[in-house]
Design a protein around this ligand. Structure first.
Ligand SMILES: [Zn+2]
Length: 231
């Protein structure tokens, strides 16, 4: 029975992945139909069934990851969240980024966020220009709207250009980002909810958090759409 269940779930994921590729190839498709199973739907980009099947981390896993700093993630970095996040990095992925942010806001971490202000984890200026937008900013916008929190203007936290983190090992990631973030004094005394798309080793969150605290932020809570850490 278990084998059958696993076989079925893999087949189902395969079908969804296929639909997903079709939807991505023909922009505009997907609207009026679920991006993943192509069921006709009225609102959103995915249907309620596919939303239920997303790789949610579950209420206990929306709790802090790692003990040093409060870090949260709504999803595991698995199908189809992995594909949705990749798509959110392209200019036709703005709707997808908003959907992901909306799903985050509807499933917030189990921590008191009253009085927090929302801040997006920045990408380097050159990458921003190349891509046209920062997907973390789109997530942050949807999170702030969904939770009724204030969104800090983007220049509050800046990032200089560094080597892509992807190519580096854990230690090198920290070294690479040393001094890469600068926070403005506008964050002084603020409790900040720092938003990013993917939590990998936590090096980016760590370095951005340090910059915010150095500039006088009272508290920082990091919240990613998805985490590669198991759970
Ligand atoms: Zn669906």
């Amino acid at each position: 029975m278990e084998i059958f269940r696993r076989w079925w779930s893999r087949l189902w994921d395969g079908l969804k992945l296929d639909n997903w590729r079709k939807s991505v190839r023909s922009p505009g498709a997907g609207f009026g139909r679920c991006l993943l199973c192509l069921e006709p739907i009225a609102a959103r980009l995915i249907c309620a069934g596919c939303e239920r099947d997303l790789p949610w981390r579950g209420s206990q896993n929306r709790g802090a990851i790692g003990s040093a700093a409060p870090r949260f993630a709504t999803f595991s970095y698995a199908f189809p969240i992995r594909q949705l996040i990749a798509q959110a990095k392209f200019s036709d992925g703005v709707g997808i980024a908003s959907l992901l942010g909306q799903l985050m806001a509807e499933n917030p971490p189990e921590t008191d966020l009253a009085g927090f202000v929302v801040c997006a984890l920045p990408i380097a200026y050159a990458r921003h220009v190349q891509r046209g937008y920062n997907q973390a900013w789109l997530l942050a916008q949807a999170v702030a709207r969904g939770l009724g929190l204030v969104l800090l203007p983007a220049p509050v936290l800046r990032r200089t250009h560094t080597r892509p983190q992807r190519e580096l090992g854990r230690r090198a990631r920290y070294r690479n980002l040393r001094g890469a973030f600068r926070a403005s004094p506008a964050v002084a005394g603020q409790r900040i909810l720092l938003i990013d798309d993917v939590l990998t080793t936590g090096a980016t969150f760590h370095c951005a958090t340090r910059a915010l605290l150095r500039a006088g932020a009272a508290q920082v809570v990091a919240w990613a759409c998805a985490s590669v850490e198991a759970g």
